[in-house]
Design a protein around this ligand. Structure first.
Ligand code: PAP
Length: 342
């Protein structure tokens, strides 16, 4: 990769100053211990782990977007892996046809193909392992709320795609993910390891924290609203997608995504089944059956734990009527007047 492609370009002494400043700043923030036993800090209304917080000033002052950059944004467990796969397969389809036996998706997990902006913490990150950064357009992802990444994007025409999912299914998915990763030393964005405890997680305890918004990148409703409003104000640059709509009508949604990304399907492509092939390549059954996703890992987390059932409405088997009422009332209140429903 060329030096110009390295998104963070801070001089070392700047980085040192920044991290001293950053340390002081972080120590001044309110914090709580989350249901995993790790420290969550509250910054501008959202909850973050320390390593992610450290990346915010770097992203704000050091991320240099290129005009064609694409950012896949989501709240955790909302369809991130799926949207990364679809975006990569779509924009790379002339270089990597989806029925190519050597398609990168067959040997890489979507999280390797579309790296998190949150990784971009140091001045010389080892980004060379992420294929999509050496190609054009570059693709990044983030779990940050919009305002945390907005500064460098202000003057940029680059595109943001957000995927949103019913928060009750998000919560259940998160709970399964943490239980599937019990005891894991989790170092996704830094060398500082967060530990996922050994014992089973209480769904009730997670539910309460989630309802209070105290969950990593939470509150989830504010997160979704930040992108929802931007998609209404600036539909050319921000696309808001729903996991449930992707499940119900994948072809229509994939075509919508392609149009937004300025790579619509031609009639010839449609006639030759290109849309269906991309949908198939990125499907839960296909991705979860690949050897890389059965045995690979990144940042201490096994890829297989990113794939489970992918159901809509699975939360019904986990929440009592009281829980359902409580979370529904919160959602109704938070989304009131926004036009957003989930
Ligand atoms: P992340 O934010 O940690 O990357 P994310 O991919 O957003 O996780 O969420 C994982 C969920 O997406 C899982 O949902 P579940 O627990 O309710 O089953 C997972 O099964 C689902 N998922 C992953 N890949 C796909 C896919 N290709 N199609 C549909 N759903 C998928």
């Amino acid at each position: 990769m060329d030096e110009k492609d390295v998104p963070m370009n801070l001089r070392e002494e700047e980085e040192e100053n920044l991290s001293e400043e950053t340390k002081t700043w972080i120590s001044s923030l309110p914090w709580e211990i989350d249901y995993l036993g790790n420290k969550l800090f509250k910054y501008e209304g959202y909850w973050y782990y320390e390593d992610v917080l450290q990346s915010i000033p770097n992203i704000q002052s050091g991320f240099k977007p290129q005009e064609t950059d694409i950012i896949v944004a989501s709240f955790p467990k909302s369809g991130t892996t799926w949207l990364k796969a679809l975006t990569f397969a779509l924009v790379q389809r002339s270089k990597h046809p989806s029925d190519d036996d050597h398609h990168p998706m067959l040997s890489h997990n979507p999280h390797e193909l579309v790296p998190y902006l949150e990784y971009l913490k140091s001045s010389k990150p080892d980004l060379t392992k992420f294929l999509s950064l050496s190609s054009s357009p570059r693709m990044f992802s983030t779990h940050m709320p919009l305002h945390a990444i907005q500064e460098p994007l202000k003057e940029s025409p680059c595109k943001i795609v957000y995927v949103c999912r019913n928060v009750k299914d998000v919560l259940v998915s998160l709970w399964h993910f943490f239980n599937a990763n019990k005891g894991v030393q989790w170092n996704d964005f830094s060398q500082t390891e967060k530990i996922i405890r050994e014992e089973d997680y209480s769904f009730e305890a997670m539910f309460e924290s989630f309802c209070n918004g105290v969950t990593v990148y939470g509150p989830s409703w504010d997160h979704a609203l930040s992108y929802w409003r931007a998609s209404l104000e600036d539909p050319k640059h921000v696309l808001f997608m729903m996991y449930e709509e992707l499940k119900a009508e994948p072809r229509t949604q994939v075509k919508r995504l392609a149009e937004f990304l300025d790579c619509p399907f031609t009639k010839e492509e449609e006639d030759s089944g290109s849309v269906d092939k991309i949908v198939e390549l990125c499907s839960l059954s296909k991705l979860s059956s690949l050897e890389i996703n059965k045995s690979g890992a990144l940042g201490g987390v096994d890829f297989k734990t990113y794939f489970r059932k992918g159901e809509v409405g699975g939360w019904k088997s986990y929440m009592t009527p009281d829980m359902e009422n409580k979370i529904d009332m919160i959602i109704e209140e938070k989304l009131k007047g926004s036009g957003l429903k989930f």
